[in-house]
Write a protein that binds this ligand. Sequence first.
Ligand SMILES: Nc1ncnc2c1ncn2[C@@H]1O[C@H](COP(=O)(O)OP(=O)(O)OP(=O)(O)O)[C@@H](O)[C@H]1O
Ligand SMILES: [Mg+2]
Length: 500
Amino acid sequence: MSAPGRRFRDRGHSLRARLVVTVLLLFVLACAVIGVATTIALRQFLYNRLDQDILGAAERFTMSRQFQERGIPPPLGAPGRDGFLGPAQKPRTLGAVIVGGVVVQSEVTDRRGSSAALPAHDAATIAALPANTRPENVQLSIGEYRVATISGASGEVLALGQPADEATGILNGLVVIELVVIGVALGGAAVAATLVVRRELRPLEQVASVAAKVSTMPLDKGEIELAERVRDPDPRTEVGQVGGALNRMLDNIEGALEARQESETQLRQFVADASHELRTPLAAIRGYAELTRRDGTVLPESTTHALTRISSQAMRMSTLVEDLLLLARLDAGRPLERAEVDLTRLVLDAVGDAHAAGPGHRWKLDLPDEPVTVVGDASRLTQVLVNLLANARTHTPAGTEVTVGLVAGSPAELTVTDTGPGIPPALLPHVFERFARGERSRVRAVNNTASTGLGLAIVDAVVSAHGGSVSVASEPGRTAFTVRLPGVPAKSPVPVPTRV
Ligand SMILES: Nc1ncnc2c1ncn2[C@@H]1O[C@H](COP(=O)(O)OP(=O)(O)OP(=O)(O)O)[C@@H](O)[C@H]1O
Ligand SMILES: [Mg+2]
């Protein structure tokens, strides 16, 4: 592509504008070629005719000389009989005899049959012409002339010319007509090209609009209805083929999304069922272990140790199962309870419990005077608080200051800030994902302290189910979790039919 064409494209002009401009450029090019070829052909034709006239004048001149030399008088009444050009010359024929670079004899015939000498200025112009030149255009005061020069036997040069202004006038007229016609045709072509290109590209706009709508749809989760399609794509046109291909691609994606949704539902159902089924045997294991320990029978130390381990592991597994069940239920869109919840009260209770569990930490409150209320599920929101406070307690060393703040409004804002070592930067972007844990937490998990990496995933799921959001900012010395909950009644999530 040429540099201007590339620049036009790089400037981000629409396909429609580029097509119209390209069509018009080609049109102008075609008109220019036709115009130039026509003008050159006509010019050739007209000048050939003038050259023939010059040749005719030269023949008549030679004939008249021969008559003179033989003493035969020229025919009476013939135009130009008084001049040296001889009779029967066409009107406005120019003739001049040049000897030694000076015009010694000149004649220009007129329509009435008489003739006059060349003006001095024009005589000088003619005298300056080289001998034996092919016919060429010369601008004289009496008009534009096509003049040829011929050397005579005795050294003189004869110049003969025919008026060329008529031919030039015709050529100029032709150029003006061509320019006007091309201009008018260009305007018409611009309008027609714009209308045709717009009509032809309309289906492409529909394709673009369907693709744009689909591109903004959240396809990552949930049941997705991909109803957007290009209407009646015509397979005979390229644009129709693109539309058809897009429709087939959307059918394919819809099928894949349905399959994904189905397998996700099955998996969720399986996790929920498994968690549910595991609750009872786990409770039984814990109960029996506890019963055996308190039996009164003196047990060997190793058996007591084993029973303690069985209890703690069963407890850990129960927590994990409860967390998994809760997540499965939230994923399935189980509606939460909707009641006015006093967040201030929840914070006071949770911080009190955290203080009892972690007396080594410094617990602080930053609460407004008025109680902060939101609409939601009190037990789930308590779980959010408990998880965040447990993290601030278990993932920071003793002596760390933990501040729980509340700000009323819509959204109401709950913050849990600690002065601990912070979340590792590599973990930070994934911290709300399921089973995301720092290395130290994994060690704790191996050492049987309950740490599953589900705490923040539950926080995220519960807050999202309330129509809110949770975010984290962490650096060594300051980790802050911010939970935003709608202050006005939030819309219930649409319940999805489920057995969970
Ligand atoms: N306040 C915090 N300070 C430092 N690291 C944190 C903090 N909160 C969370 N983390 C890091 O984020 C990880 C994920 O936390 P999350 O609560 O999801 O899981 P967990 O605490 O390891 O396990 P669980 O909460 O299920 O018992 C933690 O393992 C820990 O590495
Ligand atoms: Mg945790």
